[in-house]
Design a protein around this ligand. Structure first.
Ligand SMILES: N[C@@H](CCC(=O)N[C@@H](CS)C(=O)NCC(=O)O)C(=O)O
Length: 265
């Protein structure tokens, strides 16, 4: 049996899958995909993942794509230790959390990250390189989003919407955690796995006041999440020091804008 993971250290979706791999103690052969060198767009990689994204899991030669589905797949094939409730209704409830990234949270996360920090990496490049990258983005919605990130950054309405999406998520989490330790019940499940990297990203941007000021349950949840061994493995063993420093520096500069957006919510 061979498990292979195509991933990148700083990819939110790859972090999610690494949490499951670490929790279940699985051995994987790793392939690091350099997203900045656009290795995800090579014909060989597109054969595995036609969307040109990381992560991709390959199990005995057969690819599984989409991080939420990869997590469910690993849960199904390697059920110990369990990361889902035994009751079907509880499992359905768990999935209301695991689908949240695909319901808009992932785009919100990419928006805050790019509008604040990663756009600066593009702005250092010559205009014709930016134009070439945009022209090579076939999906017009994605192309428009990329252009807005680079040209407008936090001035874009997309940034405002992304901050509100986070605010709404954190409110829902605080409510859910009123009467239980973990998002989908008394044990740690894929619901908790699914949201970890999304909160971690905004904490990399130094936006923890979004929960530390007024959401004690989320604060406690995130402290317990970070104390887990799988978090230390899935994040700690895969550093991205330069990007983390850029996110922290730029996030601190932009925090007053975020506060204004939150006041207007
Ligand atoms: N829905 C996909 C999203 C994957 C995704 O957006 N991956 C990003 C990194 S977190 C990526 O590979 N980006 C490369 C690109 O946009 O070219 C999943 O959950 O796996």
């Amino acid at each position: 049996m061979t498990l292979e993971l195509y991933h990148s250290n700083w990819s939110i979706c790859a972090q999610k899958v690494r949490l499951v791999i670490a929790e279940k103690g699985l051995d994987v052969v790793e392939h690091h995909v350099d997203l900045r060198a656009r290795e995800q767009q090579t014909p060989e990689y597109l054969k595995l993942n036609p969307k040109g994204y990381v992560p991709t899991l390959v199990h005995d030669g057969r690819p599984v794509i989409e991080s939420a589905l990869i997590c469910e797949y690993l849960e199904e094939v390697f059920p110990d230790p369990s990361l889902s409730p035994s009751d079907p209704v509880d499992r359905a409830y768990m999935r209301t959390w695991t689908r949240r990234p695909d319901d808009g949270l992932h785009r919100a996360c990419a928006t805050v990250t790019n509008a604040i920090a990663f756009r600066l990496q593009w702005l250092e490049k010559p205009a014709d390189e930016i134009a070439e990258m945009l022209a090579a983005t076939p999906d017009p919605a994605r192309r428009t989003w990329r252009r807005a990130m680079i040209e407008k950054g936090t001035e874009s309405q997309l940034f405002v919407n992304a901050v509100w999406a986070y605010e709404s998520l954190l409110g829902d989490m605080e409510t859910a955690l009123q009467d239980r330790d973990w998002l989908a019940g008394d044990s740690y499940t894929l619901a908790d796995v699914s949201l970890t990297s999304y909160l971690n990203r905004v904490s990399e941007l130094q936006f923890q006041p979004m929960w530390e000021r007024s959401r004690p349950r989320v604060t406690d949840w995130f402290d317990r999440i970070r104390a887990r061994q799988n978090f230390k493995t899935a994040f700690g063993n895969y550093p991205y020091v330069d990007y983390a420093a850029q996110m922290a520096e730029q996030g601190r500069i932009r925090w007053p804008e975020v506060e204004k957006i939150l006041e207007a919510a």
